[in-house]
Design a protein. Structure first.
Length: 333
C-alpha cells in the first residue's frame, strides 16, 4: 500500500477509499464533503474564472512543490482580473507507482496553500494511468472568484503615460527549477517565489481601484508578458533596466548559464500598470504587503513603437525586448 496502484483510479473499494481519505484529509471542507456530482456555489456579480495544468519537473523544488504551485498559479490568474479567488477544483493524473508518501506530501501542500489563500477546493477528480503514460503526477486546477472593481484590470487597458510596476524580483522560479533539474548549485541558494498574490492584489485595489493592467509574468517571464500587453493595448512599453529588481544570485546564475532573467518564469510576482498619478500609491500599497517589499516602478507606457517593449540600458542605449522564442525551459510549471 505504499505506491499508487492502477485500480486506485478505477474504483477498487479499499484502495479507492484510501485515496479518497488522503484527499479529504487534506482538502476537505463542507462543500467537498457533500460528495455530490457537482458543487453548488453562491456568487454575486461578475465572476473571474481561470484554469491551468501543472506538469512541473521536479515535483519538489526549493520554495515549493507541484501541489502548492497548482493552487498559487490558478489563484493568481483569478486575482489578476481584480478578483478575490474563492473556489478551486482540482484534477489529478497519477502515474502508477507514484509513492503514496509523495502524493500525501503534495496534497497536504495543496491544502495548506488553499487555506492560506482563503479558497476552498470544492470538486476534484483522480485518474491513474499505467507506468510511463504520465510522469509521476499532473494536476489541473480551475478557480473562480468575485471581481472586486469595475472596470476590471485587463491587458487591453494600458494607456500612454501609465507607469509600469512589478511587485518584486524577476526570474526566481525559473532559475530555481532549472538549477534543481540540472543539479546545479550557486553561491547563494535560489528559491522559487511561488506564492499567492490575492492579499497583495487586495491591498493594491483598496489603494488604487483603477488599476489598468494586472498580470503575473509566468512562462516567458517579464519580457514576454509585457509584449503581450503592448500588443493587446496597441502601445509601446519602455523599461529602465537598472530599476528592474533581480536578486544577485539569480543574476549570477543566469550569467553562468547564458539566460536572461527577464525571460524566466515567476510564480509569485505581478506586473501592475496604473495611471502615472497613482504610481506612488500603488507602490506603497504593494510594499506594505510581505510579498511586495521589493516592488518597483520599472518603466512607462509610451506612444512610440506600439506593440513592442524597449529596454533602456544603464549606459543609455535602447534595445527591443522581443517575445520568448521557442521553449526556453519545458515543464517549468
Ligand atoms: Mg497569468
Amino acid at each position: 500500500m505504499d505506491k499508487v496502484l492502477l485500480d486506485y483510479g478505477s474504483g477498487g473499494r479499499a484502495s479507492h477509499r484510501f485515496v479518497a481519505d488522503l484527499f479529504f484529509r487534506h482538502l476537505g471542507n463542507d462543500i467537498l464533503a457533500r460528495m455530490d456530482d457537482a458543487a453548488v456555489l453562491s456568487l454575486t456579480g461578475p465572476v473571474a474564472m481561470s484554469t491551468d495544468s501543472f506538469v512541473v519537473d521536479p515535483v519538489f523544488f526549493p520554495g515549493g512543490d507541484i501541489g502548492s504551485l497548482a493552487v498559487h498559479g490558478t489563484v493568481n490568474d483569478v486575482a489578476m482580473m481584480g478578483a478575490r479567488p474563492l473556489f478551486l477544483t482540482c484534477g489529478f493524473i497519477l502515474e502508477e507507482g507514484l509513492p503514496l508518501a509523495d502524493l500525501d506530501r503534495i496534497v497536504a501542500s495543496m491544502g495548506e496553500a488553499a487555506r492560506a489563500a482563503g479558497v476552498r477546493i470544492v470538486a476534484g477528480d483522480t485518474k491513474v494511468v499505467p507506468k510511463g503514460a504520465a510522469d509521476k503526477i499532473f494536476i489541473n486546477t480551475t478557480g473562480i472568484g468575485e471581481v472586486l472593481v469595475d472596470p476590471a484590470p485587463s491587458g487591453h487597458r494600458a494607456a500612454v503615460g501609465d507607469a509600469v510596476l512589478v511587485s518584486g524580483s524577476m526570474g526566481d522560479h525559473g532559475l530555481a527549477i532549472l538549477s534543481t533539474r540540472q543539479g546545479l548549485s550557486f553561491e547563494a541558494p535560489v528559491t522559487s517565489d511561488s506564492a499567492c498574490l490575492s492579499g497583495l492584489v487586495g491591498r493594491l485595489l483598496a489603494a488604487v481601484p483603477d488599476v489598468h493592467v494586472l498580470r503575473d509574468p509566468t512562462r516567458g517571464g517579464l519580457a514576454t508578458t509585457l509584449n503581450e500587453i503592448a500588443g493587446q493595448s496597441g502601445v509601446g512599453i519602455e523599461l529602465t533596466q537598472a530599476a528592474i529588481p533581480v536578486r544577485p544570485a539569480v543574476a549570477g546564475g543566469c550569467a553562468v548559464l547564458g539566460l536572461d532573467p527577464l525571460y524566466l518564469a515567476n510564480e509569485g510576482k505581478c506586473i501592475c500598470i496604473v495611471p502615472e498619478a497613482a504610481a506612488l500609491a500603488a507602490l506603497d500599497a504593494m510594499r506594505a504587503d510581505p510579498l511586495g517589499v521589493e516592488a518597483a516602478v520599472i518603466g512607462r507606457v509610451v506612444a512610440e513603437h506600439p506593440g513592442k517593449v524597449a529596454l533602456v540600458t544603464p549606459l543609455g542605449g535602447k534595445r527591443l525586448l522581443g517575445m520568448l522564442e521557442g521553449e526556453q525551459l519545458p515543464r517549468i510549471c
